[in-house]
Structures are given as structure tokens and as C-alpha cells.
Write a protein that binds this ligand. Structure first.
Ligand SMILES: Nc1ncnc2c1ncn2[C@@H]1O[C@H](COP(=O)(O)OP(=O)(O)OP(=O)(O)O)[C@@H](O)[C@H]1O
Ligand SMILES: [Mg+2]
Length: 210
């Protein structure tokens, strides 16, 4: 096993079940003797969580795409330097609910920010902390959105329309095809148990090979 810890990221559009399965993922790792840092983006530190609040809230003016993009990378800069990098360097595994691929999917695919610009900030902000394994939970947009309909109030991003999330899903799937070595696409359209069976298989294989 290498000295550094591994970074596992969980990606997918709203309602596919990322947060639902974080605890299960933690249990699978713990059963193998790994105690991971479980964290999320945007957020994961007090400053980054404060940025998340600004990012997710509705405001009296529209948020520009550039503001949204930079807010997410500002939160990521704090998260990487304060928590992710120190953890990986000390040999701790990190599991993150959303990370860099979310910027490509949402700000790239969803908002139309040029991919080269995202890549520039990725190189600057991620400081070499790139995912070793990315679990893409994938489900048709209407199904995923139907699961979060009962949430009390939709946040700023959740209020986007179906076509927006379709672009985000397509961008995620395009990245999974482009970076197939680290991506695993999980069919998240079935029951929570069926998703967990797939996650268990993929995680067990990853742990045994690292
Ligand atoms: N496989 C599943 N089948 C049915 N319902 C599910 C499934 N997975 C999750 N859910 C439910 O769907 C809702 C959304 O799940 P969750 O909050 O985990 O999604 P998420 O991917 O974290 O969304 P967000 O990106 O908005 O944080 C929750 O109420 C959860 O209980
Ligand atoms: Mg969630």
C-alpha cells in the first residue's frame, strides 16, 4: 500500500443518493480496517461551509456564473489545504461527497464555463489532490429529481430546470467515459440495496488492488 491515503469521490446530480450512501461507504472501508475522513463539497471546513451557504442560498440578485464558479473553487481551496491534503499526506483515506468533477459537470456542462478555465483552477487549487476513485451515481433526471421533491425548500441549484440537470448528467457521463480508469458508473435508479451492492463490489475491488 502506498504511503499516501487515497481520495474517493462521490458524484452525480441531485437526488441520486450520494449523501444517503456516505455512511455505507464508511462502513465498507471500516470493515477493511480503514478509518476514512468523510467530508463534502462545497464545505468540509467552517470557512468552506460558510461559502456553501452563500452558494446555495437564494439572493435578491441573480448570482453570475463566474461568481458561482469562483465561490466553489474558493471553498475547495480552503478544503484542500485545511483538510484533504493534510489527511492524504498523513496516510488517511478521504471520501468526499462531490469534488472536482462536479465543477466540470455543473459549471462546465450546466453553465457553459469553458473547460480550459476549469482545468486552470483545478491545477492551481487541487494541489495534486485528485481522485483515485470516482463513484458516479447515475439515474435518469426525472427519477432523481422526483426523490428530492419532498424537500421543504429547493436551494438555488435545486431550483434549476430539468434541461439544466440533463446537461449536468451528460457532462458527468462524458467525464466517466474520458477518465474510465478512475470512474465507476453506478446505476442509481434501483433500490438503495441494489446501489449498495454495486458500491460494495467496486469498493472491495479498489481496496484489494491498493
Ligand atoms: N435508491 C434509492 N431509491 C429510492 N430513494 C432513494 C434512493 N437513494 C436515495 N433515495 C432518497 O432520495 C432522496 C435524495 O437522496 P440524497 O439526499 O442522498 O441525494 P443526493 O445525491 O445527496 O442529493 P444532493 O445532491 O441534493 O445532495 C433521499 O430522500 C433518499 O432517502
Ligand atoms: Mg447530498
Amino acid at each position: 500500500m502506498k504511503q499516501q491515503g487515497y481520495l474517493i469521490t462521490l458524484e452525480g446530480i441531485e437526488g441520486v443518493g450520494k449523501s444517503t450512501h456516505m455512511e455505507f461507504i464508511q462502513h465498507v472501508l471500516e470493515a477493511k480496517g480503514i478509518t476514512p475522513l468523510m467530508t463534502r463539497e462545497p464545505g468540509g471546513t467552517p470557512i468552506a461551509e460558510a461559502i456553501r451557504h452563500v452558494f446555495a442560498s437564494h439572493h435578491d440578485e441573480p448570482m453570475t456564473d463566474e461568481t458561482e464558479f469562483l465561490l466553489l473553487f474558493a471553498a475547495r481551496a480552503q478544503h484542500v489545504q485545511a483538510r484533504i491534503k493534510p489527511s492524504l499526506t498523513s496516510g488517511k483515506w478521504v471520501v468526499c461527497d462531490r469534488y472536482i468533477d462536479a465543477s466540470y459537470a455543473y459549471q462546465g456542462g450546466g453553465r457553459g464555463i469553458p473547460l480550459e478555465r476549469i482545468a486552470q483552477l483545478e491545477a492551481w487549487v487541487c494541489q495534486g489532490c485528485l481522485p483515485d476513485l470516482t463513484l458516479l451515481l447515475d439515474a435518469p433526471v426525472p427519477l432523481a429529481l422526483s426523490r428530492i421533491q419532498c424537500r421543504a425548500a429547493a436551494d438555488r441549484v435545486e431550483s434549476e430546470k430539468v434541461v439544466f440537470f440533463q446537461r449536468v448528467r451528460d457532462a458527468y457521463l462524458a467525464r466517466a467515459a474520458q477518465f474510465s480508469a478512475r470512474f465507476r458508473v453506478i446505476d442509481a435508479s434501483g433500490s438503495p440495496e441494489s446501489v449498495q451492492m454495486q458500491l460494495h463490489t467496486v469498493l472491495t475491488e479498489f481496496i484489494e488492488n491498493h
